[in-house]
Design a protein around this ligand. Structure first.
Ligand code: ZN
Length: 399
């Protein structure tokens, strides 16, 4: 890799697509009334199709594409206990299985999960140490539900937490981890809950996963970490407007107040309107706008240092277009790709009354900040127009 390469890094290892959660019907093993023969919701297709779309659109040429090595055991031990690692490895070396019922895996998954963590780790490390300004990684299996001692929700290693700890060992001080995956980033929250050096924020569907109270507004950190955890639970059915309002008025001011040295995004794309594992109505322009906002914030606060790690997202139709929008924005280019689902998603947005009621609810959040007349506390994402984006440098023809 050339250190003069201004392109963002794209960290991806083909073998991460080989991870298998085994046979399931959506997320449950075939049993009882569930006819065998289904496939688990965590299929490789959404990520494979995004990678493929990048080639077809020409966007891939705007990234320095890297297959990073697997995380070493010493790296995994920055977050995980030796007991968990040996238990996972033993099952993986045998026939596969599950340490937790929500995270089944096939034989050989330990090594693939270490590769997944390795992509996130390299992306964060290379930005943190100044080798590049921006980076994107595809992690599969995902990581943000994984606890230090227990996998959960398709997540086997805490990819982003490992990456942040590794970068902190190399000198990085204050880090923001912004998680816009539709499910609560409970694992990342747990890894940093009593640590004031990492501000964790999670924008998620209220009570979706882990089911119930996880991700409540009142979970704000512990000890030295008090105030460094911000949960923004959103009502089922929330769409573009509510997402951007919460982003602008809660996430942005909290990140500004924290003054990070680097921003890491957990880019779950499962708040899209057709995802099988959530009930939200975001679309590709929502993800584009949030990416633009976080990029501007990174430029303002921390020399542009930004790493985006893709994890969740289960709709093989929508995820490629949501991810492509994020990548276009990150690279500052626009391609000829048009999201064919966008108009339908726009027509299905929640009502004005829903949005007004939800905004009034968000105003009760302790970290909510109003936007001044000049928009001084916000990037005003609610007013951001769809593509072509302001940062677009190049119009690409499809290959
Ligand atoms: Zn998710």
């Amino acid at each position: 890799m050339s250190t003069n390469d201004e392109r963002p890094g794209f960290y991806f290892h083909e073998k991460t697509l080989w991870f298998s959660a085994g046979e399931a019907v959506l997320v449950l093993p075939p049993d009882g009334w569930l006819q065998p023969g289904g496939s688990h919701a965590d299929s490789p297709e959404p990520k494979r199709r995004l990678r493929s779309l990048m080639e077809v659109s020409g966007l891939a040429a705007h990234f320095d594409i890297v297959a990073a090595p697997a995380a070493a055991e010493d790296d995994l031990r920055l977050v995980h206990s030796a007991g968990y690692l040996s238990r996972f490895k033993a099952l993986s070396d045998a026939a596969g299985g599950a340490v937790h019922p929500t995270a089944p895996f096939a034989a050989g998954s330990y090594e693939i999960a270490a590769l997944s963590a390795g992509q996130a780790m390299a992306a964060v490390f290379d930005v943190a140490t100044g080798r590049r300004r921006r980076a994107y990684a595809v992690s599969r299996p995902s990581g943000h539900h994984c606890l230090p001692d227990m996998p959960m929700g398709f997540c086997h290693f805490a990819n982003v937490a490992i990456a942040v700890r590794r970068a902190q060992r190399a000198g990085l001080a204050k880090v923001v981890v912004l998680d816009w995956d539709v499910h609560h980033g409970n694992g990342t929250q747990a890894c940093f809950y009593d640590d004031g050096s990492v501000l964790t924020l999670s924008l998620h569907q209220e009570g979706c996963f882990p089911p119930g109270a996880s991700g409540a507004m009142g979970e704000t950190g512990r000890g030295a970490g008090v105030g460094a955890n911000v949960n923004i639970p959103l009502w089922p059915g929330s769409g573009h407007e509510v997402y951007l309002h919460a982003f602008d008025h809660i996430a942005v001011p909290a990140i500004r107040a924290f003054a990070p040295d680097m921003i890491v995004v957990v880019n779950g794309l499962d708040a899209n309107g057709v995802d099988p594992l959530a009930r939200m109505l975001a679309h590709s322009e929502t993800f584009r706008a949030m990416t633009r906002g976080i990029g501007l914030l990174a430029d303002e606060l921390c020399g542009g240092r930004l790493a985006i790690i893709q994890e969740g997202g289960y709709a093989e139709s929508a995820v490629p277009f949501c991810g492509h929008a994020v990548l276009e924005e990150l690279a500052g280019v626009s391609t000829a790709v048009e999201d064919p689902f966008l108009e339908l998603m726009r027509e299905q947005q929640p009502s004005t009354a829903f949005n007004a009621a939800h905004v009034a609810h968000l105003q009760q959040h302790p970290r909510y900040r109003p936007v001044g007349p000049a928009g001084s506390s916000s990037h005003g994402l609610e007013a951001v127009a769809a593509k072509p984006n302001a940062a677009a440098q190049t119009m690409l023809a499809p290959a």
